[in-house]
Design a protein around this ligand. Structure first.
Ligand SMILES: C[S@@+](CC[C@H](N)C(=O)[O-])C[C@H]1O[C@@H](n2cnc3c(N)ncnc32)[C@H](O)[C@@H]1O
Length: 279
């Protein structure tokens, strides 16, 4: 298919982390739906979800638009596209580094938590720009890299945990601190790629105890079991590591998710830009 590695976070045509994507979208679904309601122009006739994953947002966008509008869900990974198709999405397998799309055809291109996976996000934004009609809108959604609040009752352990996760990611992907920090620099990248009227808007996804099932499942499976547990020991003192393990262990009396003071906060930023030209 296409040249070189598809990105620096390990994505391939066959890589499947659909379960994580389903958990995130179920968790953040109410906020994402509300955000899209204000963001998606009702006159959009042709829309692309670039890096659609399992197609949750593609489906939300389609449901906001008249039946005559068409939403295409594009991704590199076949396993994700199979799930997207089950959500009644029109799917397209393609690489965002070289989009096989007619120029100047889409009214809106949405892309969430995807372009930072690519080796050169600005090049991919230029591909997106070329597929947009003049005056068309691009919207790049990006969750905060780590939760903004995780252990509200102990900011020291929260800070150390976040630092340990960053160090773990740097080692896992062989990336520098600057590269990881640059993940959120979308306003500058949109301008570099030739978009005008750039805006940014951040929403908060916030949950307190008692947690509902979607929040428990996302925080436990994606964050605790899928990212933190058993991986952070090299970056923490033995005492902090033991305390953190107990907080993340559903069998422990110290399990964070049943504490009455559990308070979780994660931000999600959408950066938009317009392709210059008549609307
Ligand atoms: C973190 S997921 C986000 C999925 C979805 N937007 C969501 O928010 O649930 C990133 C997605 O980008 C896809 N992806 C990674 N590199 C890609 C590329 N070069 N071209 C197209 N899709 C790519 C992955 O397969 C994955 O589905």
């Amino acid at each position: 298919m296409t040249r070189g590695s598809p990105g620096w976070l390990g994505d391939t045509q066959w890589r499947d982390y659909g379960r994580k994507l389903d958990l995130w979208n179920a968790f953040a679904g109410p906020e994402l739906r509300a955000l899209l309601t204000t963001l998606v122009p009702p006159t959009s006739r042709l829309v692309l979800d670039a890096g659609c994953g399992t197609g949750h947002v593609s489906r939300l966008i389609q449901d906001l638009l008249p039946q005559t509008s068409r939403v295409f869900a594009l991704d590199l990974a076949w396993p994700h596209l199979v799930s997207a198709r089950r959500r009644l999405c029109r799917t397209l397998q393609a690489d965002l580094r070289a989009l096989p799309l007619s120029p100047e055809s889409f009214d809106l291109i949405w892309s969430a938590n995807t372009l930072h996976h690519l080796p050169d996000p600005v090049e991919s934004l230029k591909e997106i720009r070329s597929a947009l009609r003049p005056g068309g809108l691009v919207a790049i959604g990006h969750g905060s890299y780590l939760p903004d609040m995780l252990f509200a009752w102990d900011s020291r352990l929260e800070r150390l945990t976040n630092e340990a996760v960053r160090a773990y990611y740097r080692d896992r992907y062989g990336r520098s601190e600057t590269e990881l920090a640059g993940i959120r620099a979308w306003t500058g990248r949109l301008r570099q790629a030739g978009f005008s009227a750039v805006t940014a808007r951040t929403i908060a996804i916030e949950r307190i105890s008692p947690l509902d099932e979607d929040a428990s499942a996302y925080i436990q499976e994606c964050l605790f079991d899928g990212t933190f547990r058993g991986r952070l020991s090299p970056y923490l003192s033995p005492e902090d590591d033991a305390e953190l393990e107990a907080l993340m262990d559903s069998q422990s009396p110290a399990w964070a998710l049943t504490r009455p003071d559990f308070h979780f906060l994660q931000t999600f930023t959408v950066t938009t830009g317009r392709k210059p030209g008549p609307a």
